[in-house]
Design a protein around this ligand. Structure first.
Ligand code: PMP
Length: 350
């Protein structure tokens, strides 16, 4: 007798982030701000008050309240997760049964299809044309295919483009499947539906503290939806999914609205600067570099010899994300943006 892995997990490999030491890390769309000294000392104080021998609050009530206040929404429609990544897994397990169809719009965040396959759902790709999709075509396809869950990021990782609020509303109200709108990068744009989530019976919005708020280490994500959907997520998630340290620290940070808005504005400026610098390089090396005008905290660019450029940047201590013929470069500090652009210039010069 021998133990045999089942089919859905047989060929999986553990997630491997970029390995090695890099002076410049622009590969994971993190914030280049860590916490200010003042907030950090408040965080330490809050962590000092945690009852380490007790399980966390299963509903992360104070944290959800701070999140709700920040966005001006009702806390009863908010559920916290161990990163939005965990919530994607919870959603797939909750709203899909074996064989149900999930639609993703490709290219998009790879974890959607991954968690859908673990939930034994059938994943249908809707392929974008020139990095964008027509809302009407997605509606048509989702109806024809009898999709149960439609999930995508808006603005999109990796394309850095977004769908406007009015188009999004039309999409949601034209469908009777669950629409999961991952707004991980919406703090860098202004077309959110977070304030209207509870009005729809089929909308679930995901947010994260890992991008604009610079809290990737704490693993804090949120689901926002009407009462029925919220109750499902709260019932399906593991009871103590967000640890007490992250709850305490996140509550402190989310109360600093002005600080978070300042950080977000600086990141937006850095993103615009990076885009301008890459655009200048695209004019210098005509036809070899094609950046997309972004609404996120990263710049997505098609490069001639993307693979070689990616490897070259690594030798200069710069990590970015390679995606086929494109590189996704997170907006960094002034020095980091300069370093990556100097690296690109050097590569094409030689
Ligand atoms: N959604 C999208 C679109 C993302 O790009 C990411 C992270 N790269 C996540 C969700 C996961 O974020 P978190 O850190 O909250 O798990």
């Amino acid at each position: 007798m021998s133990f045999v892995l089942n089919e859905k997990i047989r060929n999986l490999t553990p997630y491997s982030p970029v390995e090695g030491e890099y002076a410049v890390r622009l590969d994971a769309n993190e914030s280049y701000f860590s916490l200010s000294e003042e907030i950090l000392s408040e965080v330490k104080e809050a962590i000092g008050k945690v009852d380490f021998n007790r399980y966390p609050d299963p509903f992360a009530s104070e944290l959800c309240e701070a999140f709700s206040k920040f966005y001006g929404i009702d806390k009863n429609f908010v559920t916290a997760g161990n990163g939005s990544d965990e919530l994607i897994s919870v959603i797939m397990n909750a709203f899909l049964q074996k064989g149900d169809k999930v639609m993703t719009v490709t290219p998009d965040f790879s974890m959607y299809a991954f968690y859908a396959s673990l939930a034994e759902a059938q994943c249908i790709d809707f392929f974008k044309t020139n990095l964008e999709f027509s809302v009407d075509n997605v509606i048509k396809e989702a109806k024809e295919q009898k999709i149960r869950v439609l999930i995508f990021s808006n603005p999109c990782n990796p394309t850095s483009l977004g769908v406007k609020r009015e188009d999004m509303k039309r999409l949601i109200s034209s469908l009777d499947c669950l629409v999961v709108l991952d707004e991980a990068y919406m703090d860098f744009w202004d077309e959110s539906l977070i304030n209207e989530a509870e009005k729809y019976d089929n909308l679930l919005i995901l947010r994260t503290c890992s991008k604009a708020f610079g809290l990737a280490a704490m693993r804090l994500g949120f689901a926002v939806a009407n009462k029925t959907i919220t109750d499902v997520i709260r019932s399906v998630k593991s009871p103590y999914n967000v640890n007490s340290l992250s709850q305490a620290a996140g509550t402190v940070v989310l109360k600093h609205a002005d600080y978070l808005k300042e950080c977000t504005d600086s990141i937006k400026k850095s993103r615009d600067d990076l885009y301008k610098m890459i655009t200048a390089l695209s004019e210098k090396y005509k036809g070899k570099i094609k950046p997309v005008a972004p609404v996120t905290n990263f710049v997505y660019t098609e490069f001639e010899k993307a693979e070689e450029l990616f490897e070259f940047l690594k030798t200069k201590g710069i990590a970015v994300r390679k995606m086929g013929t494109h590189l996704r470069i997170s907006a960094g500090s002034e020095e980091e943006n300069r370093a990556v652009c100097e690296g690109i210039d050097l590569f094409y010069k030689s």
